[in-house]
Design a binder for this molecule. Structure first.
Ligand SMILES: [Zn+2]
Length: 304
């Protein structure tokens, strides 16, 4: 009991202080070791990863989103709720009976579409987001949500928690660190599990074409990540599995991305005009697994 109480002082317990020292409830729990992917339904495949972690693959959605469920003995975290094409809560309920907090990796429509199915939703504690939250309800702007690109609704988000950069979330025998990593968007977040070790990156990086809102922010976030995560980290991204298995990237990919972003900023890597999602951008190679499209205000300062 003492150890449990001491632990609670330094670490957020997600409101579970009362139950943190009791035995875990019986029922559905994630296996601790990797298991072969299986179909939840015709639209979603579930892949069990190591350390009580599951990937939910949206195999019929054209963007091939992947959501991640991370479970401790007391609580679970879900990174992203998907585009909302199909109900997400029943998939999660098939995997765990623990209380779940959902954290969207960012506010784009393909990551927040299912948030309303969950009662506990956390966003990064950014002043701008807080200021625009009224009575616990946050409404993303059109350019934060981008649903108009595919005629998807721009839903409001009921926020129950605000997360700090570096905050450590105790799930019960498992600590997940929240990393705020601007670049793809201003308020993008990742999960870092130092024990696995694994980084769940959302859209910050995945195999394929990355959308860069700010090169400077990307460089700063990548500089932080290269110092913060170990070289044997496995990177689990939120998109682009052509097979029915989770796509992974490595520390080397982080380093290559840092190199490409830095070179684009200092003009030693020359971009080519490109269109992505119908929007003008500059395209840059990164490595064999990734390339990037630089969008928006960055364009004016770049060499072509
Ligand atoms: Zn996305």
């Amino acid at each position: 009991m003492l150890a449990c109480t001491q632990r609670a002082f330094g670490i957020l317990l997600l409101g579970l202080l009362a139950s943190a020292c009791t035995a875990p409830p019986a029922g559905k729990r994630l296996p601790t070791s990797r298991q072969a992917p299986y179909a939840f339904d015709k639209d979603r495949t579930i892949e069990i990863l190591p350390s009580s972690t599951a990937a939910i693959l949206e195999v019929t959605y054209h963007q091939r989103n992947v959501e991640y469920l991370l479970e401790g003995t007391e609580h679970a975290l879900l990174l992203d709720s998907g585009p909302g094409k199909h109900k997400m809560a029943p998939v999660v309920a098939s995997l765990t009976n623990l209380p779940v907090t959902v954290v969207p990796s960012h506010l784009h429509y393909d990551h927040v579409g299912g948030l309303a199915e969950f009662s506990d939703v956390a966003l990064p504690d950014a002043e701008d987001l807080r200021e625009r939250t009224v009575d616990g309800v946050f409404v993303p702007r059109a350019n934060e949500n981008l649903g108009h690109l595919e005629n998807e609704p721009r839903n409001s988000i009921r926020v129950t928690r605000w997360l700090q950069h570096g905050e450590q979330i105790e799930l019960g025998g498992r600590i997940i660190e929240i990393l705020v990593t601007p670049g793809h968007t201003k308020t993008s977040v990742m999960f870092f599990d130092p024990k696995m070790p694994a980084l769940f990156t959302g859209d910050f990086m995945y195999p394929g074409g990355l959308f860069v809102e700010s090169l400077e922010d990307y460089r700063n976030s990548l500089t932080m990540l290269l110092k913060h995560v170990p070289k044997n980290v496995t990177i689990y991204p939120a998109h682009n599995t052509r097979a029915r298995t989770v796509p992974t990237l490595s520390y080397e990919d982080l380093a290559d991305l840092h190199k490409a972003v830095s070179a684009a900023l200092d003009g030693t890597l020359i971009g080519k005009p490109a269109r992505a999602f119908g929007i003008s951008s500059m395209g840059y190679p990164v490595n064999q697994r990734m390339h990037m499209f630089v969008m928006g205000p960055n364009l004016s300062g770049l060499k072509m």
